[in-house]
Design a protein. Structure first.
Length: 485
């Protein structure tokens, strides 16, 4: 793979011998294509469609399949972060009036990104042979440990769809993933005992109800439930009670195969981890024997190879794979006003003071854990992120804290993207510590700091990075920054 993976302009030398660093190209609409896999945040789920937030401020849609179940029976709750496969990207021209007083119709291009959460699309390219062979010789308990670590190493995360709910668990479809080179397809089973946290078995008809977004569902007779201390603040989010019904898709963990019993590999045993557990499970080399085996959501230990003009080029899996983190996914921002230019360039006057990450990600901090957000084996694009909501897999952390209509003063321009818009750094909101929003923000910060320690990144121990992580940003599109009249 080239430095930074695909869609990265390589370093060059210009006239005068000046060295130009690599530049990471934006994951724009034009770089997305059929078969590419991206990480998304579920924002809205209806029976016929779902809306998903994608990297670089793009929006994708999931459509109900022909004669398929309502998407309210298929997708997890709003704010769940999970991988999607792109089915197609389309552009069509529609005519709209530029203003109510205008009589002339203006042609506008509408772009649409069609996504699939189904295992036959998300799991395409995944191979289980090396992972299973590396774990077959070990024994493991099927139940969860008290911490995020399993007693026999890291389990492999895989997308699955519930085919049926039985007396003791669920039969799960993995989308035709192969067990070995012989072409044998994997079959999987989820025991109720291997579900971490609260869950409820529902009838197919009940799964059609929007109540699947609510964690406060009363237990009816005959429903299997598992008690858990539920965070009331995460109601209607990915932290809600998991519903088990036919067609529902989740990210499951493959438990190490048991050595006892003939034909033990024919049916894989799965577990359903909580979001907190899922956020700390790292990916091992046995899980990704090829580039096509990489899936967004995988947590990787990466090494900085070079600081790019707008981010970092990294390698992982002992240099086998290469990827990039652009400046929108470094987990923080630092503005470049004159007061802050001193020291940001690491003491070298020739360095660009806006590249604040050069002073942070060096030495022992050049190695850290980041999560994959986009993979395209065809173009060799591999992108990763350090953003808080992505590392923690908590979609609600990406919600804008200020209500619509709030007037913000003293905002500062961080970056101008010609023909697109501008990124702004907003001043602190100044809310009272007793305010509910301020309390939620404090809880979020504490969670992020603890996760930073749990992943052994320890980036929050660097004053520069900690300050950058607190900067609140907003983007102003060019269509909203000028008067059309």
């Amino acid at each position: 793979l080239p430095l930074g993976g695909g869609a990265v302009l390589q370093p060059s030398t210009v006239a005068g011998g000046r060295r130009m660093p690599a530049k990471i190209e934006l994951l724009s609409f034009g770089k997305l294509g059929k078969g590419m896999k991206v990480l998304g945040v579920i924002r809205e789920v209806k029976e016929e469609y779902a809306v998903v937030s994608l990297p670089t401020m793009l929006t994708g849609f999931v459509r109900r399949t022909s004669n398929g179940p309502p998407l309210t029976q298929v997708l997890p709750p709003v704010n769940t972060i999970m991988a999607f496969s792109i089915l197609q990207t389309t552009t069509e021209e529609v005519t709209t009036k530029s203003s109510p007083s205008s009589k002339a119709a203006t042609p506008v291009k509408k772009r649409r990104i069609e996504l699939s959460p189904l295992p036959n699309h998300v799991n395409s390219g995944i191979r289980l042979d090396e992972f299973l062979s590396s774990t077959t010789s070990s024994s493991s308990k099927s139940k969860f440990a008290s911490t995020a670590n399993y007693e026999n190493g890291t389990p492999m995360i895989i997308r699955g769809r519930i085919v049926s709910v039985e007396d003791h668990g669920c039969i799960v479809d993995l989308g035709g993933v192969l067990l070995s080179a012989t072409g044998e397809k994997a079959k999987a089973f989820l025991k109720f005992d291997n579900i971490e946290g609260d869950y409820e078995v529902v009838d197919d008809e009940e799964g059609d109800d929007d109540d699947n977004m609510d964690e406060d569902v009363e237990d009816d007779d005959g429903r299997d439930t598992k008690p858990m201390d539920v965070d009331k603040s995460s109601s209607k989010t990915a932290g809600s009670k998991r519903l088990l019904n036919k067609h529902r898709v989740y990210d499951f963990a493959i438990l190490p195969p048991q050595t006892s019993g003939e034909g033990s590999l024919s049916i894989l045993q799965l577990s359903l981890p909580s979001t907190s557990t899922l956020a700390t499970l790292r990916t091992t080399s046995e899980m990704v024997p090829s580039l096509s085996s990489l899936v967004p959501g995988m947590l990787m230990d990466v090494q900085v190879e070079q600081h790019a003009k707008n981010g970092m080029c990294v390698s992982f899996m002992k240099g086998v794979y290469r990827g990039a983190l652009d400046e929108d996914h470094l987990g923080g921002w630092r503005s470049c006003d004159e007061k802050k230019k001193k020291g940001l360039g690491g003491g070298d006057s020739k360095e660009d003071p806006s590249m604040w990450w050069k002073k942070v990600f060096r030495g022992k901090h050049a190695k850290f854990s980041a999560r994959i957000i986009a993979v395209d084996a065809a173009t060799k694009i591999v992108r990763l992120s350090l953003n808080a909501h992505i590392l923690s897999l908590r979609g609600e952390y990406s919600s804008f804290p200020l209500p619509v209509g709030t007037i913000v003063q003293n905002a500062q321009v961080i970056r101008v993207d010609p023909g697109i818009g501008a990124l702004l750094a907003l001043p602190p909101s100044g809310t009272s510590p007793d305010d509910d929003a301020a309390t939620a923000q404090l809880d979020k910060i504490n969670h992020i700091i603890q996760l930073d320690r749990d992943l052994s990144n320890n980036l929050m121990s660097i004053s520069e990075y900690k300050a950058a992580s607190k900067v609140l940003t907003a983007y102003v599109h060019i269509s909203k920054s000028i008067d059309p009249e």
